[in-house]
Structure formats: C-alpha cells, structure tokens
Design a protein around this ligand. Structure first.
Ligand code: SF4
Length: 415
C-alpha cells in the first residue's frame, strides 16, 4: 500500500488580495440591496452576467452562495427544509441547500462578513439553462417566494459542434432580455458599456486560463483544490477590473513559483485529472488525501469551465451566446472525450478521477461509459468516486480514502 506522508501544501500569497476583493464584492451587494437607487440581479453562474453588469445591476450568484453552504458543511442540515416543501433529495443539492437556508433565514455571509444580515434582495432573477434545468426551477421558486420577475435563456444541449443556428438562437434570446432589464433598471442598454464589460470578462477569462495552465509545469504550482477557491473572482466578478487585477497578481506569483520548480504538493509524483464537481464539504480532506500520497490533482473540468475564449468586445451579444454555448457541460460525450484527452496530454496526467455526484447528473460524466472509453483511448487508468457536491450524506470518507489509496498504488505500479 502506498505510504501516506504528512501533507505539505504551499500557501498562495495572493489569497489575501482575493479575500479582500471578495469581501468588497459582498459588502457592495449588501449596499446595493439597501439603496433605493440601485438594482440587484440574481444570475446563474454561467448566465449573462456581462449584460447585467453593463446594465448597472449588482449581481448575486446563488450557486456561489450554495457552494459556501457546502464548504462550511452547513448544507446537509439545510437540505431537509427544501425536501419538506417537495424538492426531492435527489435533485441539485445546491438548490435544496440554498432554498433550505432561505427558509431558515440563514446565510453564511453574516458570519464571514459582519454587518451583512441577509442575502441581497433581488429585483430580477436571470438564468441560463446551459448547465441544467435545475437552475430554472431554483430561480422559479425564488420568483414565487419573493414576487420578482424571473427571465432567462433556454439553451440547446448535448452539442457536438456549436453551429451558427445555435448561436443565432441564443443571441436572439439574449437580446430579448434587454427590454425587460431596461424597464427594471430604469435605463437603456449602453452598447459601449456592454463592450467594455465583455472586454473585461475576456481579459479575466484569459488570465484565469493562464493561471490554470501554470499547472502544466512539473511540479505544478497549483492544485485543483486551490483552483476551486481562487476561481471565486472569475465566477462572481468577471466583467470587472478587480477580477483582472487579481488574476494578474495570482499569475505572477504562480509563474514565479513555477520557474523556481516550487510545487504545490511537496515531492509531486502523480498527476491527476478531476472530472466533476468538487465535494465542497471535503475540500481540505481531499486535498490532504491526495497530497499525502504525493499526488497532485493538477487539472479539472470544473475549474476550466470559467474559461470563455469566445468573448469579443466587437460583437458582444453574439460572442456571449457563443461563449455560453461552448461550455463543456453543454456538449456531447464525443466532444467531452476529445476535450479531456487533450487536457490529459497537456497536463501530463497519470490517471483520472471522476466524481459521480449523486445530485448533479449534469456534471457527472461517469454514467454512460466515458471512463472506460477514455481509458481505452488514453491508456490512463480511472477511478470513480461516489459522493456529492453539498449533501454529505452521500459521501463515504472511508470508501473514498481506500479507493484513492488503491488507485495511487495502481498508478505507482504502472510507472
Ligand atoms: S449543474 Fe449541477 S450543481 Fe450546478 S446547478 Fe445544475 S444540478 Fe446544480
């Protein structure tokens, strides 16, 4: 059995700056909610945040809030509140924990950011079903509960190629949101401002890509577990200068560490790809489990999902439509397999771990034979971990540990 050692993981100095901009973001949302002159929109994580920001809305992301509930290990106790009103324990545990928290009038923001008593009250709820149908159901619940309009984009899915017809469809839907948003915000859309926000989002996304790609170095200066934390600004602050400035600082630090061959996992021997959602309530344990076995999870589908190379300030609507259709989660298995194969080559991956998340079939790619097909194609072994993003009742720590240890041993034997 591969011997575990005391995990040694390096601290990222830029974290302090990230914490500061995230705090500023949440306090600004809180102020916007209290101000009669400002409007708040709630948006799905890969929804049209650029459009909302350009139209002056302060933007809250319920999935980010739900991930906080998961990471603080509070989600499991809140899920039954949503089950009690008919939302099944089998559907998205982001949805059920967030709705449960709302029903209990609870938010982890209050503890993290003293002075914030509650979530910002929305003036409009805006979704994109590119990731799943659950987001629409989730926002529809809030719409009924709070009496605010809920609008959005119904996206095609399972795409092998993103065609002009797909882009036309989503472009028209995006443009169709504008009159409703203008009426709520009280101001027309300024196209120059939209181009500016899309340019900032593009810059943010390019930098985030470079940040993740520092982990192509051996040893890698970054882990997937670091990435899940440091992607915060790419999710909630894309389209702002703060996010761009933050990723410039983070990138410089990681490049410096990479040049010094200063790996995130001391003595890195194995390089792993993670497919699927993180297990938010076990981030630290999983990070320590892998690093204790000298394995670094260097790349993931999840962190890379906030890379949108198609944003183009010259064509804001059409490029947003294209960017939000090209997402991994929107694509066919054939596309996903090509993508993961390429990532495995680029990051010099020894093996792949699939997280089969009980309540998120959309981000669980191990259910239709993909692990076996990819293993045959790449020659790299795989492991499937059963668990969940937020519902820790679906997680068996003992089984995960045993399986990961055996997997790393298998990789060692294959070296
Ligand atoms: S993609 Fe999965 S985790 Fe995300 S909102 Fe949809 S069901 Fe929930």
């Amino acid at each position: 059995m591969k011997e575990e050692t005391k995990p040694l993981r390096k601290k990222i100095e830029a974290t302090a700056q990230m914490n500061r901009i995230m705090a500023e973001y949440f306090f600004d949302l809180n102020e916007a909610s209290a101000s009669p002159d400002r409007k708040v929109a709630w948006c799905t994580s890969v929804g049209p945040a650029e459009l909302l920001r350009a139209m002056g809305f302060a933007v809250h992301f319920p999935e980010n809030h739900a991930a906080m509930l998961g990471a603080t290990r509070l989600a499991t106790d809140l899920i039954p509140e949503a089950n009690a009103i008919g939302y099944s324990p089998d559907i998205c545990s982001y949805l059920t924990s967030d709705v449960g928290a709302f029903r209990k009038r609870f938010t982890p923001l209050s503890k993290a950011y003293p002075g914030i008593a509650a979530l910002p009250k929305p003036d409009v709820l805006v979704y994109n079903t590119n990731q799943c149908r659950d987001v629409q159901d989730w926002f529809a619940w809030y719409s009924r509960e709070l009496g605010v309009p809920c609008i959005g984009i119904t996206s095609p899915k399972n795409l092998n190629e993103v065609t002009e017809a797909h882009i036309d469809d989503v472009t028209r839907q995006l443009e169709g949101l504008v009159p409703v948003l203008a009426e709520i915000s009280g101001a027309p859309l300024d196209m120059e401002r939209l181009s500016e926000v899309v340019a900032l989002s593009r810059k943010c996304t390019d930098l985030w890509k470079e940040v993740l790609e520092t982990a192509t170095a051996v040893p890698a200066p970054l882990t997937f577990f670091d990435g899940t934390i440091h992607m915060g600004p790419a999710v909630v602050l894309r389209g702002t200068r703060q996010a761009v400035e933050y990723y410039e600082v983070l990138l410089a630090e990681l490049k410096q560490r990479s040049a010094a061959r200063d790996g995130a996992v001391a003595g890195e021997e194995f390089r792993i790809y993670w497919d699927g959602m993180p297990v938010w309530g076990r981030l630290r344990q999983h990070s320590e489990l892998f690093s204790g076995l000298r394995a670094n999870v260097v790349a993931s589908t999840y962190c890379s999902s906030w890379i949108f190379p198609s944003f183009d300030a010259a064509e804001p609507f059409r490029s947003m439509a294209k960017a939000y259709l090209e997402l991994f989660i929107v694509r066919s298995d054939a596309y996903k397999e090509r993508y993961i194969t390429e990532m495995m080559g680029k990051f010099r991956i020894d093996g792949i771990v699939y997280h089969d998340a009980k309540t998120c079939p959309y981000n669980s790619n191990s259910r239709y034979g993909m692990p076996q097909r990819l293993e045959a194609r790449t020659g790299r072994p795989h492991l499937v971990i059963s668990g969940d993003l937020n519902d820790m009742r679906c997680v068996s720590d003992e089984q995960t540990r045993t399986n990961v240890e055996a997997f790393i041993e298998q990789l060692e034997e294959g070296k």
